[in-house]
Design a protein around this ligand. Structure first.
Ligand code: GTR
Length: 432
């Protein structure tokens, strides 16, 4: 078959693999008037048809059922909590960032072998805080050294994605990329607002490419190691990264100066999908933030707008469990949709953010997902968004469920952070 050239967002092109027939391709729609009707699964009706009408029934029946459905059909199943070698602070600077912060680098072994696979958590805490501070915890895309120009953060030695414009080639970190993602991590502002910031490189847990699992936790914990053949519901990369976030939280629970009861998990894009899945599974995360997580994250899968299940499984075959591919051609058969992922964080506060120009992530689908999670928050007496329609750009809304659509493109910006800091203040500082 002749390769078909397939038009993509931003004028990019994608060559269809030879194994795929034109009939398999689910086209991309970005025209609101073409979105067909769809019916979402009801978060308040169990598989047995039982109506969930109380917080107790949600916690006892429906929440475990939905977690299980997301595990078996979407993200896969992480192994239970395995034994691990203890985390260790490997460097501390009590006068980092011009004396404003204490910086710690914490080595978090992911297996029983203290010298084996480990993630490095970079932690900044504001100096002079009277009591332990709440902390934002998020995975980063390219290594801890890219989130700050702080020279005390070493280059990662792990596989990194190439960024030729930044001088990163051969999948090796380069000094030239130091601080390249600092605009997405306004550390000094976070500290000034009375919060700490903890981050780790997703590639420490699993490098982000289809074979990356062989260098990551999925192989390290697999009975057959790099020869493992995964079952339909074994974890994918997002599952592995989410597991890594929980391991980082384990370590934060033992860090002086950290209020581990108030750790917000945050992520952008693929790492926003990951933050949602981490927050859904691990209720120690007291607040959950999805920045433009799109398909497989906050956006409704059934809404035909922007990226599709078929498309994401084709571009990123390693992110989800194998069974998720069964829904490439029939998304309506999925036993869940993403509003139920949002609902799994209930009654904890959650924030969903979109960007106006980020049509690929389906801003409206992200809003609607938050909206359709509201009935679950209501079981706990919590008001969700507090609005019925998607708000205007740059107009944050929300009570227990925060939402904004920022003007501009796909990115994690200072504006986004200001809203998350305000939201966290409202949830936490008001109750102090
Ligand atoms: C895109 C992908 C999105 C989103 C994004 C990102 O290419 O289609 O689902 O995850 O990558 O993570 O930057």
């Amino acid at each position: 078959m002749r390769p078909l050239v397939y038009g993509l967002l931003l004028g990019l092109c994608w060559i269809m693999p030879d194994s795929l027939s034109a009939a398999d391709v689910i086209p991309i729609n970005q025209d609101e008037s073409k979105v067909p009707p769809y019916t979402l699964p009801d978060p308040l009706v169990s598989l047995q048809g039982k109506v969930i009408d109380s917080a107790g029934a949600w916690q006892k029946i429906r929440r475990p059922e939905l977690l299980e459905l997301f595990r078996s059909h979407v993200y896969g199943r992480a192994p239970g909590l395995t034994e691990r070698a203890p985390a260790q602070v490997i460097a501390t600077d009590p006068q980092a960032l011009g004396g404003r912060a204490t910086r710690r680098r914490i080595r978090v072994p992911l297996t029983t072998n203290p010298q084996g696979l480990a993630a490095e958590v970079l932690l900044y805490l504001p100096n002079g805080a009277a009591s332990p501070v709440p902390v934002f915890l998020g995975l980063n895309f390219d290594g801890n050294y890219t989130v700050t120009t702080d020279p005390g953060v070493p280059l990662t030695t792990r596989w990194v994605p190439n960024r030729p414009k930044l001088g990163v080639t051969n999948n090796m970190a380069q000094e030239s990329a130091r601080g390249s993602d600092a605009d997405s991590w306004p550390i000094e502002r976070i500290l000034e607002r009375g919060y700490g910031l903890a981050t780790l490189y997703c590639g420490d847990v699993e490098p982000d490419h289809p074979q990356g699992w062989k260098q990551g936790i999925r192989a390290a914990l697999a009975p057959q190691g790099t020869n493992q053949v995964f079952a339909a519901d074994d974890w994918g990369a997002i599952g592995a990264w989410a597991w890594g976030l929980s391991r980082a939280l384990d370590a934060l629970e033992h860090q002086p100066g950290v209020d581990a009861q108030r750790v917000a998990v945050i992520g952008h894009s693929r790492l926003g999908k990951t933050a949602l899945w981490a927050g859904a599974q691990d209720s120690r995360f007291a607040l959950v933030i999805s920045n433009e997580s799109g398909e497989g994250g906050a956006a409704l899968a059934r809404r035909w707008f922007g990226e599709t299940v078929w498309r994401i499984n084709t571009s990123f075959p390693h992110w989800f469990c194998a069974r998720f591919k069964d829904y490439n051609q029939n998304v309506n058969a999925l036993p869940v949709d993403q509003h139920e992922l949002i609902a799994l964080s209930a009654p904890r506060p959650i924030y969903v953010a979109s960007a106006q120009e980020d049509l690929w992530a389906d801003p409206k689908g992200e809003f609607l997902s938050a909206k359709h999670a509201e009935p679950v928050y209501a079981l706990f007496g919590k008001k969700g968004l507090g609005v019925s329609e998607q708000p205007l750009v740059d107009t944050p809304v929300g009570e227990a469920i925060g939402y904004h659509v920022r003007s501009g493109k796909h990115d994690l910006t200072r504006y986004d952070w200001e809203q998350y800091l305000n939201f966290a203040d409202r949830q936490w500082k008001a109750s102090q």
